[in-house]
Design a protein around this ligand. Structure first.
Ligand code: FES
Length: 197
């Protein structure tokens, strides 16, 4: 695993917007559909020119497709001349990569120390109750729930992110309200002021 992490890995994950808008809306290819390799061409050219790492190509692929389908990984293998086994090794080593289709909204629920101390267990229970899952993807394909060790936003703990947007200073009730708003059963996401204790 000698690939140098690219800039995306070092950007601070907290964007300061604790309201957020859950903006990612990607539809992965359906069963049996092949993923078009065309959108990935610039990243592969950059790799071939020595300006990008394999990790950054995989990150770009995941941005484009929402996950890493096998046919895309095979295309990357062929285009870069990298053994498929090595690509799979990288894709499975880093938890940021998904080898299964994700839901429309990807939730990262922090279970790190600061969040734990400030009530992450209660948030986790509320989210699980609201979604009906403790991990993975809901049956309707709307939400994918992941637990993470730290989102780097400890001052806002307890925290969760949905599609890269940060929701901080959560209570179980606020977490439920955010999920319902994202789902569209409430008119709007609670304001940042309302999220503060
Ligand atoms: S422990 Fe939760 S953001 Fe750091």
């Amino acid at each position: 695993m000698n690939d140098t992490l690219q800039r995306e890995d070092t950007v601070h994950p907290c964007n300061g917007d604790i309201r957020g808008s859950a903006r990612r809306d990607m539809s992965p290819p359906g069963p049996g559909e092949r993923s078009s390799p065309l959108p990935l061409a610039p990243a592969l050219e950059e790799y071939k020119a020595g300006g990008a790492s394999l990790i950054s190509v995989l990150q770009r692929a995941q941005e484009i497709y929402g996950w890493l389908p096998q046919d895309v990984l095979r295309h990357i293998s062929e285009a870069t001349g990298t053994k498929f086994a090595k690509i799979m090794g990288v894709a499975t080593f880093y938890t940021q990569f998904r080898l299964q289709p994700a839901g429309k909204y990807v939730i990262m629920l922090c279970k790190g120390t600061a969040c734990h101390v400030n009530g992450a267990e209660g948030i986790s229970a509320a989210v699980a109750d609201e979604l009906g899952i403790t991990e993975g993807t809901t049956a309707d394909g709307l939400f994918t729930l992941n637990e993470v060790a730290c989102l780097g936003c400890c001052s806002l703990s307890p925290v969760m992110m949905i599609n890269g947007e940060t929701y901080g200073s959560l209570t179980p009730e606020k977490a439920r309200a955010v999920l319902r708003a994202v789902r569209g059963t409430l008119p709007e996401v609670p304001s940042p002021k309302e999220q503060k204790p």
